[in-house]
Write a protein that binds this ligand. Structure first.
Ligand SMILES: Cc1cc2nc3c(=O)[nH]c(=O)nc-3n(C[C@H](O)[C@H](O)[C@H](O)COP(=O)(O)OP(=O)(O)OC[C@H]3O[C@@H](n4cnc5c(N)ncnc54)[C@H](O)[C@@H]3O)c2cc1C
Length: 388
């Protein structure tokens, strides 16, 4: 392997350490949580204590001070082990908004506490029922009154709000202007522990997999004006800024899922005998697995490229988006190949294939759906006419 694609010895050490941690949380652990729709408290605690969730926080604030490649390796290993980092991955990329745009005082106060695990910044409130993918049409308002912001409105699919101390909220601070669609939105830190006592209602929203997502209802929730991050009205730009890291990290989770499915499918296909021979002898069984393997490996190359560009400070929007698109499609192809290989047993919970199948399907839709990535590539990279 050329040096460009060879994981560094640091990355190899990270992978080994995360693998060892994940070995303490076997399939039965995740299966039990899935059945109970319970949050993986123990796993998240172990990840926090080991410092993995703070890997991107600079060392001066008590974090790991590493780059996005290292963070991607952590998340990939969790998914490759059969686990689900969706319970805690957001802290890695939400923190970036605070790091890049927060005031020195905000960074001094929050980052060391997030790094130590004293404060959890796991919730990210962007999506609203009526706005969907068109983020500029969100209607939740944060109105400045003296030294407070008063928040009113509704969010949907705000994941982990019940398991987070802080929420990074995107809200409208001035009315929608069709000529300046990205203006008038602001990012604010909401202390959820206080807000639930003063006008915030958090309602769990059940989904097809165990994801701890919720709906949020803000009724005159007051927060200190000092919780505004950066400049008022520039929040949409701040959120977009964090997207590349998010795309790369989600791609890494998909690659981990894809590799898990391919391992399970190739092992099962090689050992399960029907009609007197291993089912994987049949090309109808082995080719979809081999094809999925090729797609996962190709997506991984795009993910490595995007991460390296990101770390070099180069613009990498197309690469980060392509990494997420290709990896989520590849993991879904691998999921289907794995389910098909297992036949009826693919549906039996004890094999974990159906659980991972449901979990990996999300990434074609969220945090951004693949259609919007295709639209971005068509509009921004290929210069084709805009559809919105
Ligand atoms: C389990 C889960 C967890 C989530 N967690 C969070 C979270 O923590 N925080 C948060 O803010 N959000 C979260 N989301 C929301 C997620 O980001 C959105 O669901 C996603 O961005 C899509 O928005 P939507 O569901 O409103 O779909 P819509 O925008 O209504 O789109 C529906 C369909 O129409 C298609 N479509 C829409 N517009 C176009 C277009 N112009 N061109 C082509 N196709 C189009 C889309 O591809 C999609 O298939 C989560 C969602 C899920 C399911």
């Amino acid at each position: 392997m050329t040096e460009e694609f060879q994981p560094s010895s640091l990355e190899q050490d990270i992978r080994q350490a995360v693998r060892a941690l994940c070995a303490r949380f076997p399939d039965a652990y995740w299966r039990g949580l899935d059945r109970e729709k319970a949050y993986p408290e123990e796993f998240v605690k172990a990840m926090t204590e080991a410092g993995w969730l703070a890997i991107l926080i600079p060392e001066e604030y008590g974090g790991g001070g590493m780059g996005v490649s290292a963070a991607a390796a952590v998340l990939e290993e969790v998914h490759r082990s059969g686990g689900n980092a969706a319970a805690c991955h957001a802290q890695m990329y939400i923190m970036g908004t605070l790091l890049r745009h927060g005031s020195p005082e905000q960074k001094e106060y929050y980052l060391p506490r997030i790094a130590s695990g004293e404060l959890r910044l796991q919730a990210f409130g962007v999506t609203e029922p009526d706005a969907g993918s068109d983020t500029t049409r969100i209607r939740t308002r944060a109105e400045r009154k003296g030294d407070r912001y008063i928040i009113n409105g509704q969010k949907v699919f705000t994941s982990r709000a019940e398991h987070s101390d802080l929420l990074l909220l995107l809200a409208r601070t001035s009315p929608y202007d069709p000529d300046k669609r990205a203006r008038g939105l602001s990012t604010l830190l909401v202390d959820l522990r206080e807000a639930v006592k003063h006008g915030l209602e958090i309602r769990p929203l059940e989904t097809m997999m165990n994801h701890a997502t919720t709906e949020l209802f803000f009724d005159n929730v007051e927060i200190p004006a000092e919780n505004l991050i950066g400049e008022e009205g520039q929040g949409f730009r701040y959120i977009l800024d964090g997207m590349n890291a998010e795309r790369i990290l989600i791609a890494a989770e998909c690659i981990g899922d894809g590799r898990w499915f391919i391992d399970r499918a190739s092992n099962y296909g090689s050992t399960r005998e029907v009609f007197g021979r291993a089912i994987g002898t049949n090309q109808g069984v082995q080719f979809p697995i081999a094809a999925a393997y090729a797609h996962v490996e190709a997506a991984n190359l795009m993910c490595i490229k995007a991460a390296k560009m990101f770390e070099a400070g180069q613009p990498c929007g197309p690469e980060a988006n392509m990494a997420k698109l290709l990896a989520s499609e590849a993991s879904w192809a691998a999921a289907n190949a794995c389910l098909d290989t297992h036949g009826g047993y693919g549906f039996a919970t004890e094999y974990d294939v159906e659980r991972k199948f449901r979990e990996t399907r999300l990434y074609k839709i969220a945090p951004i759906n693949n259609n919007l990535i295709l639209a971005y590539l068509a509009h921004k990279v290929l210069g084709m006419p805009r559809s919105y």
